[in-house]
Design a protein around this ligand. Structure first.
Ligand SMILES: Nc1ncnc2c1ncn2[C@@H]1O[C@H](COP(=O)(O)OP(=O)(O)OP(=O)(O)O)[C@@H](O)[C@H]1O
Length: 264
């Protein structure tokens, strides 16, 4: 196996990855290497294949063809080694609803094989940092969307993974919670860990990420350091619109009946 630029394995190496759902090609043979120790954004329009890609990279969905390695371990041949090294906050996160936030973290920690005292210590710290200490004894079923994202993030971080995968982590999260999540993620990557997250929000990706991959119609259209992908465009948003070929598109002008209040 070839080594990455820093002498260590890349966080993720994807080779010839395909996924079809019936006639629909969701991921069309992508090759991608994500460097370790970076804050990486996977961006693309609705239906581009981001969730399908992240699901295959994290071992949640079997590819039709191709391979994935995470920190040098094959996701399908050596799933236990990969799962021990990654944390996942998936889209449509399912949690054990009848546990309290604290119980959920205790359960997750023991499943991860951590000693009880360590789980207890990390749980208290994570609940505190993520502003959930006041809700720790509340059942998860009664958590708001933002609180669910935060407890899901705490569960994904508890075993101190090398790579953290987040599918739309800021969706439905208020600005204060977003700032809290952001702080935790920045601290995490500053220590050399890797974050890979998908988002539609370009301003967010631009302010958080130092490396991006742009996915369009199941393929990787551009990837590399943020400044390189942005190029001469004034913002990542502008570069993205150019890459997906949506610049200047104004489909709204077709809706000539919309607005004005008059019944027509
Ligand atoms: N389980 C499934 N069955 C059928 N088609 C699917 C399934 N999952 C995804 N697709 C299709 O595959 C394509 C890629 O979907 P995917 O959810 O990966 O895109 P995405 O980039 O994450 O989109 P979004 O930003 O809207 O969440 C879409 O056309 C979608 O309809």
């Amino acid at each position: 196996m070839a080594e990455g630029a820093g002498g260590s394995a890349p966080a993720v190496r994807v080779q010839g990855l395909w996924k079809r759902f019936g006639e629909q090609v969701a991921v069309a043979g992508i090759d991608l290497e994500l460097p370790a120790g970076r804050f990486i954004g996977l961006v693309g329009p609705n239906g581009a294949g981001k969730t399908t890609t992240l699901s295959m990279v994290t071992g949640l969905l079997r590819p039709d063809q191709g391979g994935v390695e995470v920190v040098g371990h094959d996701v399908w041949r050596d799933p236990a080694a990969v799962k021990a090294r990654i944390g996942i906050l998936p889209e449509g996160l399912r949690l054990f609803e009848r546990l309290s936030g604290r119980e959920l973290l205790a359960y997750t920690g023991r499943l991860r094989g951590l000693p009880g005292a360590e789980v207890d210590k990390r749980t208290t710290q994570l609940l505190d940092v993520l502003d959930l200490a006041g809700a720790q004894h509340k059942l998860v079923v009664d958590y708001s969307t933002g609180m669910r994202k935060k407890i899901g993030l705490a569960a994904a971080l508890l075993h101190n993974p090398e790579v953290l995968f987040l599918d739309e982590p800021f969706e439905g999260v208020d600005p204060v919670s977003a700032q809290t999540i952001r702080g935790v993620l920045e601290r995490y990557t500053a220590s050399g860990a890797t974050v890979v997250f998908s988002s539609h929000v370009m301003e967010l990706v631009e302010s958080l990420c130092d490396w991006v991959a742009v996915m369009v119609a199941g393929r990787i259209r551009a990837h590399g350091p943020l400044a390189e992908v942005r190029g001469d465009a004034p913002s990542l948003q502008q570069a993205f619109l150019e890459l997906v070929g949506a610049q200047g598109r104004d489909r709204g002008s077709d809706l000539d009946w919309l607005g004005g209040g008059a019944m027509r």
